[in-house]
Design a binder for this molecule. Structure first.
Ligand code: TMP
Ligand code: ASP
Length: 235
């Protein structure tokens, strides 16, 4: 499978067309942004780590019956995925309070929820990805009622599978962001990536942060955190 023209360049990835109409190639960059793009940097080795980890997790999810865009890993940074039209929602599932949840509701980070939560943001950089509920998503015609129900069900399933998996690696899955896409026939599949960029991972014993929060919060040890997660997953 060969790249043809570049279709899109995002903050952390590029997307290329291929000779096959229904397949694209994603290329992961080391670039990192935070705070709505105000903070920019690079995290050496991140592209390869996110590519490999995301592909591994998508395959794990496929085995548990979650449909994803994953097709084939080409090399360290590049993967063939099914072409989708992205549903313009950031779907966030949380198991433990952290980040914007803790800030918005004035609670400490680290409170373990009795049940996971789900929330949606409208993917729109100009509006800074505002928080919306499923009625708003419907009103804005971002997805149909059926699609929203499917997305919620899939997101909670992803949480169950990944929460259990990461615990076996000594990692708490605090929260994460998913994106979903539509195939040409309308089927909803899990798209984008699952990586330390899009998840909060805390060491199960020490609560040490092993994710992009080290970059967002200028904590140092960013590359080491990504490498540590890579080692836990691949040994
Ligand atoms: P938040 O607490 O800042 O809302 O983030 C929740 C989760 O979503 C966290 O694991 C980081 C991830 N996330 C992204 O992947 N992209 C984003 O743009 C934001 C804001 C969060
Ligand atoms: N929303 C952030 C940004 O502006 C990304 C993040 O915090 O993960 O790039």
């Amino acid at each position: 499978m060969e790249k043809t023209v570049q279709l899109y360049e995002g903050k952390a990835k590029k997307v290329f067309a291929t000779e096959q109409d229904d397949l694209v190639i994603v290329s992961y960059k080391d670039d990192a942004t935070a705070l709505d793009g105000l903070k920019k940097g690079t995290i050496a080795g991140k592209g390869a780590i996110n590519n490999r980890m995301s592909n591994y997790l998508m395959q794990l999810l496929e085995k548990q019956g979650v449909k994803t865009h994953f097709v084939e890993e080409l090399n360290d940074r590049e993967t063939v995925v099914r072409k989708v039209s992205i549903v313009p929602l950031e779907v966030i599932v949380r198991n433990i309070s952290a980040g914007s949840f803790a800030k918005r509701y004035g609670v400490a980070e680290g409170i373990v929820f009795d049940e996971p939560t789900i929330e949606f943001s409208y993917k729109n950089d100009e509006l800074h990805d505002p928080l919306i509920n499923s009625y708003h998503a419907l009103a804005l015609k971002l997805a149909t009622k059926e699609e929203i129900a499917t997305i919620k069900e899939m997101a909670f399933k992803v949480n169950e599978v990944l929460k259990e998996y990461f615990l076996t690696l000594g990692v708490k899955l605090v929260d994460f962001k998913l994106e979903f896409g539509r195939l040409a026939d309308g089927t909803i599949v899990l798209a984008d990536e699952i990586s330390p960029d899009t998840c909060r991972f805390w060491d199960a014993k020490t609560n040490e942060k092993l994710d992009k929060d080290r970059f967002r919060r200028d904590m140092g040890g960013v590359e080491d955190a990504y490498k540590e997660m890579m080692h836990r997953v691949f040994g």
